[in-house]
Each structure stands twice: as C-alpha cells, then as structure tokens.
Design a protein around this ligand. Structure first.
Ligand code: FES
Length: 284
C-alpha cells in the first residue's frame, strides 16, 4: 500500500486552501458585479425616498378647485435640479474588464502554483522513514525473525522490499558480483530485494513451496537471492543499498541498483518444491 507522506498532505491542504480562496474571490466579485449592473445600494434607496417626500406636491383636481375658491395652495419648493453627469461608459467597462482579467490571471496562477506544490510534495522522495529515503527495518536478529516467521521471506512494506537470508558460504561469489551497498546486507546475512519485477514492474510474490520468487504476470522466476532462473525478465531482481550499523539495518530505497545479469547464481539454490506458477521455468 502506498503511504501518503506528511509533505503530501500539507501540499494538498495548501492546494485546497488556494482553491477555496479563489472561490471566495470569484463569488465576491460576482456579487459586486451584479450590484453594479442594476441593483440599488441602501444609500441610493434612502436618498430616493427622501427626495420623493420632498417633491411630493398636491396636484389633484380638487386641490386646483380649492385654490380657485380662495383656499390655500400648497407651496411648491423651487429647488434647482441637480445636473447629473453620466459616467463614462468606456471608462467603467475598461475598469471592470481590467479587474476581471487581473483576477482571473492571479487566481489561475495561484491555483496552478498550489496544484504544482501538492504534486511535488507527493512525488518528492522523503528524506527518511518512507519509500524514496532510508527506511530502518530493525536489528539483524529481528529481521531474521521476520524472515523465519514468513517461512523464508520477510516483507517490509515501508521499503517495498523483500528480505531473505543470504548464506555466508556464497559470499566469495557475491563479492565478485554485487556492489558494496548490496554486499553490506549480504555480509550481515540478508538479501534485500525490490519487490518490483524487472520485467514489466509487477509485484513479485514469494512461493513458499519452491522457495523462489515467482511472478504471476509473465512467469519470471528468481531464486531466494533474487537471481533470475527463468522467464522473460532481462535480469535478476533489482535491489536496494543497505547500511548496517550497530546491528541496525537500514534500507536505502533512494539507492536502487539493477539486479544481476542472467546466469548469475551465487547461491546455487534450486527449487525446493512445487512451483506456484507454470511458466518457462515453472514445472508443476
Ligand atoms: S512483470 Fe514479472 S514477468 Fe513480467
């Protein structure tokens, strides 16, 4: 199972915050636009109301008749009309258009930046503890106990690695074959293998009965040290650099090394029972 690092979670959180902020800005801008397009502000409404009261003049027919008979005629206040100057439509259009252009570019940039940060946080190898970095898997004795419990195969999901026992008797051959980061594990009695099949990348499961690794995808088979025995794979199983210090085993999943060439067989281990798959080298 793939673990999401804390960096990825923070990155996704940043992206979500940016998208949320973008939505708030867009909604606010939209409201402003609608109000500007036709809705009257509270201040305008109250001014209209006051104006209506001030200019209310009785002009009915009865008023006129009453005035003709000598009644009082309402006094009309002669207020000079305020000259209204229409705003420059071109100016308003440019300003609004400019605002939306700048907003759109800013939001797009911020959203892309947030998304990019989230993707980088997800893909960036973590320094330690997770796949892509250095993964401690315990003391040598503890690792050997896990292997025993797994009937010859120890699986360490954080490192996406299989670990098997590597016989001390095979070390002379191994020293002429493997690079030192791989030998570090072998010298401590451990073969540390990447779970990924070097053919097309399937996860290679163990086969307890044959005590080999046998890939169900296209039938490649490898002995317990991950050296190729059969099938279409171009080499043995790839492996990780290993550091052993004070009895503690650390798998450096950032240091991935190609598996040994076809034909390398340092341990000479043959199948110890029936195969789990029928392939080129699988004989039930
Ligand atoms: S992916 Fe394993 S044999 Fe093809």
């Amino acid at each position: 199972m793939y673990a999401i690092s804390s960096g990825a979670i923070v990155g996704i959180g940043i992206a979500a915050a940016v998208v949320l902020a973008a939505l708030v800005v867009v909604v606010t801008a939209r409201r402003s636009d609608v109000r500007g397009a036709g809705a009257l502000s509270r201040e305008t409404k109250s001014r209209d109301k006051a104006s209506a009261v001030a200019t209310a003049v009785p002009q009915s027919g009865k008023d006129v008749e009453r005035a003709a008979r000598g009644g009082a005629v309402a006094t009309v206040t002669d207020t000079a009309p305020v000259v209204w100057t229409a705003p420059d439509a071109e100016q308003i259009g440019v300003t609004r258009r400019h605002f939306f252009n700048v907003s759109a570019i800013t939001l797009m940039t911020a959203s892309l930046g947030g998304f990019g940060a989230a993707v980088l946080a997800f893909l960036w190898p973590s320094g330690s503890g997770g796949f892509g970095g250095k993964v401690p898997i315990g003391k040598v004795d503890d690792v050997l106990a896990v292997i025993k419990q797994g009937k010859g195969f120890g699986y360490f999901p954080n490192a996406r690695a299989w670990v098997t026992e590597y016989p001390a008797s095979a070390l002379p051959k191994a020293r002429g074959t493997y690079a030192q980061p791989v030998l570090n594990g072998m010298e401590a009695g451990l073969a540390v293998l990447w779970q990924k099949c070097p053919h097309l990348g399937c996860r290679v499961p163990q086969c307890e009965s044959s005590q080999w690794f046998e890939c169900p995808c296209h039938g490649s088979q490898y002995n317990r040290a991950g050296e190729k025995k059969a099938g279409p794979a171009p080499r043995g199983m790839d492996r990780f650099g290993v550091e052993v210090s004070g009895g503690n085993v650390v798998v450096n999943t950032g240091l991935q090394l190609n598996g040994p060439a076809i034909g390398v067989n340092t341990t000479g281990q043959e199948a110890e029972g029936p195969h789990c798959i029928s392939g080129e080298g699988g004989k039930h």
